[in-house]
Design a protein around this ligand. Structure first.
Ligand SMILES: C[S@@+](CC[C@H](N)C(=O)[O-])C[C@H]1O[C@@H](n2cnc3c(N)ncnc32)[C@H](O)[C@@H]1O
Length: 407
């Protein structure tokens, strides 16, 4: 039978990338060892909204197929005793980020109107005023409209370089010129049939061809926040779009570089880094974000540092000698405030086979529900050999490890 055990690490492949649960303002030693090696750090910390954020997660095949039913779960608290305690945490994280960066590295701090002012002064001190590159305005249309003042419809992203010779290649984020056409310019076609807009100044003609890209300035109003039915959505309330992270990471990184996010939430930065061929370090205080991020990652070369639960919840799984298959039948989650209707493996979001070595689960295969693959594989041919150890993640993001013991 399978018995619950606790592991503190899960290792995929060579385990180089890192995803860990912890306080981003107090980096553990093995992350501090990366000082001077990280090309880009992006921080999207709490904004000091005073809110408690919740998150919604589908469960069972129906939930993943149709987007409902969902579990309403705690997200994270964005509440601080006062401005000083908030700024103390941010100061530590910014200083730690600066230490992590290599000389060519770039730093982004994503905030809004609430803490942008004090944070700018703080970052100027930590990086040096002359290392300030931009205050990016990410403007979007969502939420209500104010009648008392102009509606607040943007976030502020502060951008700093670690050193004078930072990496930045704007040609990696071209925009189609059509979207940015200047209406006051004359429109024409040249002798080769190419359309362009032109303007005369100082006796000279300046031509802007439609088929030549333009490059973004520091006001971004072409990236919308995630919509309710966006396939990218994880149910995490403050999830940022991959498109936004791409715009930030592409010009400052190259494949093989390291990217870090010390408040990674649902893992958007890590997913983007992975897609760009970068290594990554993702950290978050909240244990459930580990499962949330992992579910979005390929994670072929990753170590997850987060202890599995040790709560006595029994796993129902058996080996069927006739078919030679390991049959996953469910977790006994009675006592949890979860839907009565859930049966069998409904409340399991992912499971993986592997081998437990000391305090680590060495993962071999992972089966994960997703909107693309809502049905969970519930049996696996394993032959008559040794029973694999298992690691399961339930719909709330709790991870549990199990080891086979002969009765
Ligand atoms: C705005 S959300 C990040 C959202 C993320 N960018 C995404 O796309 O999903 C802020 C995150 O910071 C985390 N957090 C808050 N304080 C933290 C701390 N001291 N160390 C690490 N993470 C922290 C929260 O748990 C939350 O997941």
């Amino acid at each position: 039978m399978y018995q619950q055990v606790q592991v503190h690490r899960t290792v995929y492949g060579a385990g180089e990338d890192q995803l860990l649960q912890g306080d981003g303002s107090r980096l553990p030693r093995d992350i501090r060892k990366k000082a001077g090696q990280i090309q880009c750090v992006y921080l999207d910390p709490p904004f000091m909204t005073g809110k408690v954020f919740r998150r919604k997660r589908p469960w069972g095949e129906k939930g993943w197929r149709k987007g409902s039913p969902v579990l309403e779960l705690p997200g994270y608290e964005d509440r601080f005793a006062d401005e000083q305690s908030y700024l103390k945490m941010i100061r530590r994280m910014v200083a730690a980020s600066r230490d992590l960066l290599r000389p060519e590295g770039v730093f982004y701090l994503h905030l809004d109107w609430r803490m942008n002012g004090p944070a700018r002064t703080m970052c100027d001190r930590i990086f040096g005023k002359d290392r300030f590159l931009n205050e990016i305005i990410w403007s979007y249309e969502s939420g209500g409209r104010s009648k008392k003042t102009f509606s607040r419809k943007h976030d502020n992203i502060l951008m700093y370089a670690k050193g004078k010779d930072y990496r930045f290649d704007i040609t990696r984020v071209p925009l189609p010129r059509g979207e940015n056409r200047q209406n006051h310019m004359a429109r024409n076609m040249d002798e080769n049939g190419r359309m362009y807009s032109s303007i005369r100044s100082g006796g000279k003609e300046y031509r802007y061809y439609d088929d030549e890209p333009v490059y973004p300035g520091d006001v971004w109003n072409d990236i919308s926040i995630l919509q309710q039915r966006d396939p990218e959505r994880t149910g995490f309330m403050t999830q940022k779009p991959v498109k936004l992270l791409e715009r930030m990471l592409k010009p400052v990184t190259e494949p093989g570089d390291w990217v870090a996010d010390l408040c990674c939430g649902s893992g958007t930065t890590l997913v983007t880094a992975e897609q760009l061929g970068c290594h990554y370090i993702g950290m978050d205080r909240n244990p459930e974000t580990v499962a949330l991020s992992l579910a979005r990652l390929e994670g072929k070369n990753l170590t997850v540092q987060s202890s599995t639960a040790m709560d006595g919840k029994a796993l129902r799984a058996r080996y069927d000698a006739v078919s030679g298959r390991l049959m996953l039948e469910g977790l006994d989650l009675s006592g949890e405030p979860w839907p009565e209707a859930a049966k069998g493996a409904d409340l399991i979001e992912s499971w993986e086979t592997g081998a437990i070595e000391k305090d680590a689960f060495i993962s071999q295969r992972r089966f994960q529900r997703s909107f693309q693959y809502p049905a969970l594989v519930e049996s696996l041919a394993i032959g008559a050999g040794k029973m694999p150890d298992l690691l399961l993640t339930d719909a709330a993001g709790t991870r549990r490890a199990y080891q086979w013991r002969d009765e």
